[in-house]
Design a protein around this ligand. Structure first.
Ligand SMILES: [Zn+2]
Length: 362
């Protein structure tokens, strides 16, 4: 993916007023990121920053906003950066600022509504490739367009393989004058030690539950507490589940529907969403089998007669599916196979003993 340009099409209220018809890529600021953003702006003055955090908590949005703050031209005393009012902030929101450089995988860029040049027949990449890193670095050699330096945002940094990351090392060590770089990463252990050692580190705290619930309510998510719990407290993931058509009622009905052999229970879900949901259900079924609390399905009717041995086999099978997540699945067949496996794992032992293993579809 070439550098530059960016995310969802929610309108940044102030930027939206700037240029009629211009597409605004940055989403409306997430309220729980404000304190972290000001900490980063005022206390992290190094030229390279590694930002650890969950994507579902807004780690990528924070990295993008930090780039906007670095380029913000506001001089009004007491107004935090980014001001979202100045010309620089407006240009950045429209991915039109000459000094903003964003590097992200093609698949993620497309999901964010960004234009991506891909030859017909080629799948969008999930990685940041070495040639993209080199082109990105070459783009830094020009003089700055607006005199505030340059802001580089790389996300997710773990999308760079070893060769691509190595190509970035010299720039991280000695960036061109006035250039600042932020790399967002969910798991720093997946980065080269040489990348980690060249950066200041900041860990994004998860949002407080009441803040996340209020925000989800403002986005029109009903019974948000159920979806937030389903997503381990990550509000952007909960919003994604809602956007994928998974209501709280549908989520809570999932265990019993699967136990009853309802193969439509996960029909229409993407393989990633189905595998994620079933992995969480398997976890909670194991917890229920030993009398423990449910992490993701609290409040859901859970089938009785759960057997740890069968649930363990199901867990291993789900891991096998997950290892082949990139397989070009026939999605309806996969959903049906996953539902049948779930039924075998969840129904009472007497019926399960008579069942046959279903690993079809792999
Ligand atoms: Zn500004």
């Amino acid at each position: 993916m070439p550098s530059t340009k960016a995310p969802p099409r929610e309108t940044d209220a102030s930027a939206g007023a700037s240029a009629a018809g211009a597409q605004v890529f940055l989403p409306t600021p997430l309220p729980w990121l404000a304190a972290s953003l000001q900490t980063l702006v005022t206390q992290y003055t190094g030229h390279a920053l590694l930002l650890h955090g969950a994507v579902g908590d807004g780690a990528h949005e924070l990295a993008l906003r930090l780039g906007q703050a670095w380029l913000c031209e506001n001089t009004e005393p007491g107004r935090p950066k980014p001001c979202l009012r100045c010309a620089s902030c407006h240009l950045y929101g429209q991915a039109a600022h000459p000094d903003q450089h964003w590097l992200l995988p093609e698949e993620m860029a497309l999901a964010r509504g960004m234009p991506v040049d891909i030859k017909p027949g080629r799948k969008p990449s999930r990685q940041i490739r070495v040639e993209e890193v080199r082109a990105f670095i070459d783009g830094l050699s020009t003089t700055t367009g607006r005199g505030q330096g340059k802001a580089l945002v790389i996300l997710p940094a773990e999308a760079m393989n070893g060769v691509a990351a190595s190509a970035l090392l010299k720039t991280l060590e000695e960036p061109p004058a006035g250039t600042r770089i932020v790399l967002a990463v969910s798991d720093p252990a997946r980065l080269l030690p040489t990348i980690r050692s060249r950066c200041q580190h900041f860990r994004l705290p998860p949002p407080a539950t009441d803040v996340a619930l209020r925000w989800l309510g403002e986005q029109g998510v009903p019974r948000a507490e159920t979806l937030l719990r389903a997503c381990a407290g990550h509000p952007l993931d909960a919003l994604g589940l809602h956007a994928a058509g998974v209501s709280a009622e549908r989520w809570l009905a999932l265990p019993q529907r699967l136990a009853d052999g309802d193969v439509s229970a996960v029909a229409g879900w993407s393989p990633a969403n189905a595998l994620d949901a079933l992995g969480k259900l398997c976890h909670d079924a194991m917890a229920a089998a030993v009398g423990g609390p449910l992490a993701f399905f609290d409040g859901a009717p859970m089938p009785s007669g759960l057997d740890l041995m069968r649930l363990s086999q199901w867990h291993r099978s789900l891991q096998g599916f997950a290892r082949h997540a990139d397989h070009p699945w026939n999605e309806p067949l996969l959903a049906a196979a996953l539902a049948r496996e779930a039924q075998d794992a969840l129904r009472p032992p007497t019926r399960a003993a008579a069942s046959t293993s279903t690993s079809a579809g792999r």
